[in-house]
Each structure stands twice: as C-alpha cells, then as structure tokens.
Design a protein around this ligand. Structure first.
Ligand SMILES: CC(C)(COP(=O)(O)OP(=O)(O)OC[C@H]1O[C@@H](n2cnc3c(N)ncnc32)[C@H](O)[C@@H]1OP(=O)(O)O)[C@@H](O)C(=O)NCCC(=O)NCCS
Length: 167
C-alpha cells in the first residue's frame, strides 16, 4: 500500500471519466484546481489500483473553508468499500495533514453531516474538534452552471488546528 500524490488525469479516471469533455462540473473543477496548483490529490495505491482519495483546496471564495494562506479545505475523502475499517483512511488523512502543515497552513477544515455518526467520530478522533459553522453548499460540488450545489440537509464545517501544541 502506497500513499502518494496523484494527477488530475488519475482523478478523472478514478471517477469514471476517460476524457475531460465527458467529466461532470465537479470533476472539471477538481481537475482545473489540481492543474493550477490550488488543489492537491492524495491517493492510496494498492497493487496498481487507486483505492482511496482525499483532496485539499487551498483557496476558495468562502474563506472560512480555505483562504490560501492559513486554512485549507479537505474533501472527497473516500476509501473503496472492501478496504474500509483498516486504518487506511486515517493514514491517508495523516499524510495530507502533515503536508498541509509543512506548507504552512495552520488550520484544516472538513465537512460532515450530523447524520453520519461514524464519520463524525472518525473526524473527531483525527482532531477535527472545532465547529466553524453550519453549511448548505459545498464550494467544491458544482451544478451544470458551475455554481455550488445546495444540499437538501444542512451539514457542519469542522476545523483542526495544525500548529504545534494545538493538535
Ligand atoms: C470515511 C472513510 C474514508 C474512512 O476510511 P477508512 O479506511 O474506513 O478509515 P479508517 O479505517 O482509518 O477508520 C475507520 C473509522 O471510520 C468509520 N467509518 C465510517 N464509515 C465507515 C465504513 N463504511 N466502514 C468502516 N468504517 C467506517 C469507522 O467508524 C471507524 O471509526 P472508529 O475507528 O472510530 O470506529 C471511508 O469509510 C469511506 O470511504 N466512507 C464513505 C465515503 C464518506 O463518507 N466519506 C466521508 C465524507 S466525504
């Protein structure tokens, strides 16, 4: 099992889009931001296949999510079902948090629905203990007009401090 950074083309392939033309608005946004350096894609690779993914966006229009300097937004955190519950997601997250810290970020944010107690527990264990605010739209999930999709249910933006002594 290897944790490494991956490209926008690998993200498109993982999401089932062989070509950019066919990609969803959200996939196009991720691809553009990875290409411009405003987002990073970390993956778990097992026997040549990508079995996990996690992305960080460095700067977003809503600065509570990511402000380009102090705060970065983590999203699309997924491990393939057959590989869950073995600590791999936590390892992928730790790798991402370590790199954000090295890049000088002081805070990482992540969104979670209060109807997902397993994810809430996992994020709390990983140090996302502070609530930033209630949200209705993920700035990295786009509709056909490249506007953030408004979710039917509210969810919570959580935050983890990355500075020494605040973890
Ligand atoms: C969230 C996720 C990435 C965690 O990956 P993982 O490799 O299972 O994580 P770990 O093995 O390091 O940790 C497992 C923890 O996740 C929780 N978890 C959440 N959903 C789980 C699932 N479907 N299967 C197993 N564990 C799950 C477990 O309760 C466990 O917490 P605990 O140790 O406190 O009991 C993975 O479960 C997943 O892909 N879920 C579906 C997508 C999702 O909900 N993503 C988050 C929001 S974008």
């Amino acid at each position: 099992m290897q944790i490494r950074k991956a490209s926008g083309a690998e993200m498109l392939a993982l999401w089932g889009y062989p070509k950019l033309d066919a990609a969803s608005p959200t996939a196009r946004l991720f691809n553009q931001n990875i290409a411009s350096g405003n987002a990073v894609f970390w993956t778990l690779e097992h026997e040549g296949s990508l079995i996990g993914e996690l992305y960080a966006f460095f700067d977003l229009p809503d600065k509570d999510f990511a402000d380009g300097k102090t705060t970065a937004y983590l999203c699309a955190f997924r491990v393939k079902p057959a590989f869950r519950g073995r600590g791999l997601g936590s390892r992928l997250m730790e790798a991402a948090l370590g790199e954000l810290k090295t890049r000088g970020f002081r805070r990482a944010t992540i969104g979670v629905s209060e109807s997902e107690p397993q994810n809430l527990r996992l994020y709390r264990r990983l140090g996302f203990t502070e609530k930033v605010k209630d949200c209705r739209a993920d700035p990295c999930a786009m509709d056909e007009n490249m506007q953030p999709v408004v979710d039917p249910e509210p969810w919570v933006l959580l935050c983890k401090e990355l500075q020494e002594g605040k973890e």
